[in-house]
Design a protein around this ligand. Structure first.
Ligand code: HEM
Length: 406
């Protein structure tokens, strides 16, 4: 049996849906499998998405797609686009320098610096009036943190911002008009960024500084990354490290302002930020879907055969609002029990930076609740970033009475 072709994913990518794609996801969940106009398949039920995240018949490597071979050779692709055993080897090497055994306490050791940065960002805002809490609060923190951690000069941000933007636009090119042009620009952005990281690697070999890139560049272990692998990893960490966390914080501030009871409670009970951030990852996830998994073999689901080589879209945000899995899924409820959301994905590609992302967002939201009196949204909905995949406000103008001291 073949599913009917659905144009709902096209509607999801339409900028007009960006402020509220959830009704479209509800419709996508009506079918277990949705056949898309380009021959891809989209799934949105929790059981199916969670199952396929852990299913070895599903690949993350675009070279397994039927059709033209991707321009980027497999060896130059970051480990998020690789399958075992290469994925596992590269992720394991990167993990050594992000935590135990080589760098235990890496993330928890960053906490004082994160606290200092958050306070200084808040302190640089006007004492009262209005501020854009994306440009001046949510965005600069993860950029500074990932730059410091990796060993990337913070002042180079304007340079890599443009390359990152073109790469992010290429993520969901399939569903959009001008897909080929978007993909070409994404390749150009990636090449420029790779050249930039390559130069940094050379510098870190001449002047090691203990940063993650420096340690990876001077790794003499038998299984050390090649230069091409190292560049792909640096690029992945730099982008993944900031393009997502900004949206978690911005979606968080937006959700708190739409739910003043939650903001009040957080003010009095800062420790509540822990379940609150988990609920945000379910309710307004910064990564809405994984647009480019591939079936390695024919996969049958509920009478539909997804053929070998087909693109598979895993709708994380739809699955995290599946009423079969979460009671009252459209209700923002940080106290809900058993909140196994898919905000950080699942299986072997489960988010590498989750502990860091959580820590950054928790500090930002607690500081926001503590230091701003009478905050209000100046625009609801706010304007959104273009990407339907990495979704969040591009600006978040907020008015407030007073900025309290840190
Ligand atoms: C709120 C912030 C974040 C969210 C929502 C998020 C979400 C995700 C998701 C959904 C995946 C799975 C992708 C897939 O299966 O294809 C992923 C993977 C990944 N994330 Fe994050 N991420 C966040 C922050 C970070 C940070 C701060 C870093 C870096 C320090 C990071 C590094 C990575 C890497 C390297 C992968 C690939 C893992 C692999 O392929 O094994 N992420 N992330």
């Amino acid at each position: 049996m073949t599913a009917m072709i659905s144009d709902l994913m096209r509607q999801v990518t339409d900028p007009a849906s960006r402020h509220d794609p959830y009704p479209l996801y509800a419709r996508l969940r009506e079918n277990r499998v949705n056949l898309l106009a380009d021959g891809g398949y989209a799934l949105g039920r929790y059981e199916d998405v969670a199952g396929l995240l852990h299913d070895p018949r599903i690949s993350s490597d675009p070279h397994n797609l039927s059709g033209p071979v991707p321009e980027l050779p497999r060896d130059a692709a970051p480990f998020i686009q690789r399958d075992p055993p290469d994925h596992d080897r590269l992720r394991a090497i990167a993990t050594r320098y992000f935590g135990p055994p080589v760098s235990p306490g890496m993330v928890s050791g960053l906490e004082p610096e994160i606290r200092r940065l958050v306070d200084s960002l808040a302190g640089s805002l006007p004492r009262s009036g209005e501020a854009d809490l994306v440009d001046h609060f949510a965005y600069p923190l993860p950029v500074s943190v990932i730059c410091g951690l990796l060993g990337v000069p913070r002042d180079d941000e304007p340079k890599f911002r443009a390359w990152t933007e073109s790469m992010v636009k290429g993520l969901d090119a399939q569903e959009q008009d001008g897909a080929d042009e978007l993909a070409r620009q994404a390749d150009q952005g990636r090449a420029a960024m790779a050249g930039y990281i390559g130069n940094l690697v050379t510098r870190h070999r001449q002047h090691p500084d203990g940063s993650m890139l420096s340690q990876l560049a001077n790794d003499n272990a038998a299984d050390a990354m090649t230069d091409v692998e190292l560049i792909a990893t640096g690029l992945l960490l730099l982008i993944a490290g900031h393009e997502t966390t900004v949206n978690l914080t911005a979606n968080g501030i937006l959700t708190l302002l739409r739910n003043p009871w939650a903001l009040d409670r957080l003010r009095g009970e800062p420790g509540w930020v822990v379940p609150l951030v988990e609920e945000l990852l379910r309710f307004e996830p910064p990564v809405q879907y994984l647009p480019r998994r591939v079936a390695r073999t024919d996969i049958e689901i509920a009478g539909t055969t997804i053929p070998k080589g087909a693109r598979v879209v895993l709708l994380l945000a739809a699955a995290s609002r599946d009423p079969e899995r979460f009671p009252h899924p459209d209700r923002f409820d940080p106290d809900r029990a058993d909140n196994q959301h898919l905000g950080f994905g699942g299986g072997i590609h489960y988010c590498f930076g989750a502990p860091l992302a959580r820590l950054e967002a928790q500090h930002e939201l607690v500081t926001f609740a503590r230091r701003f009196t009478n905050p209000r949204l100046a625009a609801d909905p706010p304007p959104y970033r273009p990407s339907p995949v990495l979704r969040g406000p591009i600006h978040l103008p907020v008015t407030y009475g007073k900025l309290l001291p840190g």
